[in-house]
Design a protein around this ligand. Structure first.
Ligand code: CTP
Length: 397
């Protein structure tokens, strides 16, 4: 008989801790081995006995507790875990795990665990939006942890806003998707492009676009988490470089073309999510242009269409994925790009829709393949990335 998968559930001290009783109960019904780890704060909200009864396991809250057996509990639990979820994750616990602080049973076991990690923040909106917390969440993401976005709505403190713990079925889904995820990109080389390009007019001015790079960075992280060796060729963004990803920073469309085309042959898959300028100033002034009384006309010339260049030289084994971001006739234009640029997939991305496009954390895309199409619906950019890779590089949902 196959061994049960082991899920560690870390509960920290927030009022939403009561929702975790349902999560633990649902995990047990699905036949997982579940161990609950509580902080002292969590014990103020839910009794140890509740979780012990639901999980049918002891809840160890004291790291120095001497057990009846000789095992070191935080290490043996960490070794056994297939997934470690912290829910609710308070601002305090997030700050600790972002910085490797291990001062109780939960954070020590978390630091020792090498399995998939899911962090589910839940707190007051102001605490969540505080840049310190946002930085810590981003740091956790960069370190390879998965973050399940908080919901919005009524909060126990009486405020209304972001910070609600997602309901138990949503957390369960996220845990299960991490448990099922096979690292199907192991041994594969994937190149992702992200962000805008900057086309210099003179040493102080340039032409660019609104791309934040978030979708491309999410794709790079997701490909890394699925086992790929990832190269991220990025235009200038405000985002932190993901860990364990080869970063190639570029500025202009010409730089990006060099960086991508020189590596293309070695790649198993390339995802062009960068917003590459189609035109660049024909002459880049060496010195700052001084204003004159008359109007200024800048002559623009075409840049290399990087995706098309790869489409022309691609081998059958290579998978080429492009993006189409449009304000109108999205599907028609996207289908045309698939043929014109000889790609395997085009990710059609409407910027007219709310929650999709530049700078936001969600996206709504349709994957267009040679003989099938799939609308992914409104999802976080992380989940959109995961599903794009699953569909295009593994085949199927
Ligand atoms: N792209 C590229 N090189 C360029 C311009 C775009 O590789 N010089 C890639 C983008 O990264 C994206 C895809 O081509 O994956 C679609 O880009 P888009 O600018 O929307 O399409 P275009 O072919 O430029 O068509 P149009 O401007 O007519 O929409």
């Amino acid at each position: 008989m196959a061994e049960k998968k082991c899920v560690l559930v870390g509960v920290s001290g927030g009022i939403a801790a009561y929702k975790i009783c349902t999560l633990v109960s649902s995990l047990m019904k699905k036949d997982y081995e579940v161990h609950v780890l509580m902080t002292k704060g969590a014990e103020k909200f839910v009794g140890v006995l509740t979780f012990e009864t639901l999980s049918k396991q002891r809840v160890i809250t004291d790291i120095f507790e001497t057990g009846m057996d000789t095992e070191v509990p935080h290490i043996s639990l960490a070794k056994k875990a297939d997934c470690f979820v912290i829910a609710p994750a308070t601002a305090n616990v997030i700050a600790k795990i972002a910085n490797g602080i291990a001062d109780d049973m939960l954070t020590t076991t978390f630091l020792a665990a090498t399995c998939e990690k899911l962090v589910v923040p839940a707190m007051n909106t102001a605490m969540l939006e505080n840049p310190v917390t946002q930085n810590n969440i981003e740091k956790c993401r960069q370190l390879g942890m998965h973050i399940l976005e908080s919901g919005s709505g009524w909060l126990a403190c009486g405020d209304t806003g972001k910070g609600r713990l997602p309901e138990a079925p949503v957390i369960l889904d996220a845990v299960e998707s991490l448990l099922q995820e096979d690292r199907f990109l192991t041994g594969k080389k994937v190149l992702v492009t992200a962000g805008p390009t900057q086309e210099a007019i003179d040493p102080v001015r340039y032409i660019t676009n609104h791309s934040s790079g978030k979708m491309g960075y999410a794709l790079a992280r997701a490909a890394r988490d699925l086992g790929a060796e990832v190269t991220l060729v990025s235009g200038k963004t405000a985002l932190e470089a993901p860990v364990n990803v080869e970063m190639v920073n570029v500025t202009s469309a010409a730089d990006m073309a060099d960086a991508v085309l020189s590596r293309f042959e070695q790649m198993d898959a390339v995802i062009m999510s960068a917003a590459v300028a189609d035109y660049t100033p024909a002459v880049k002034a060496d010195r700052k242009l001084k204003k004159k009384d008359e109007d200024l006309y800048i002559s623009l010339e075409r840049t290399t269409d990087i995706l098309k260049a790869m489409g022309e030289r691609k081998k059958d084994s290579q998978v080429l994925i492009g993006f189409a971001m449009e304000t109108e006739d999205l599907m028609k234009n996207a289908r045309e790009k698939l043929v014109k640029k000889n790609t395997d997939y085009i990710i059609a991305n409407s910027i007219a829709e709310s929650g999709a496009g530049f700078a936001v954390d969600t996206n709504r895309v349709t994957i267009i393949g040679r003989d099938a199409e799939k609308d992914l619906g409104l999802l976080s950019k992380e989940e959109t990335a995961r599903q794009i890779l699953q569909y295009c590089l593994k085949g199927g949902d």
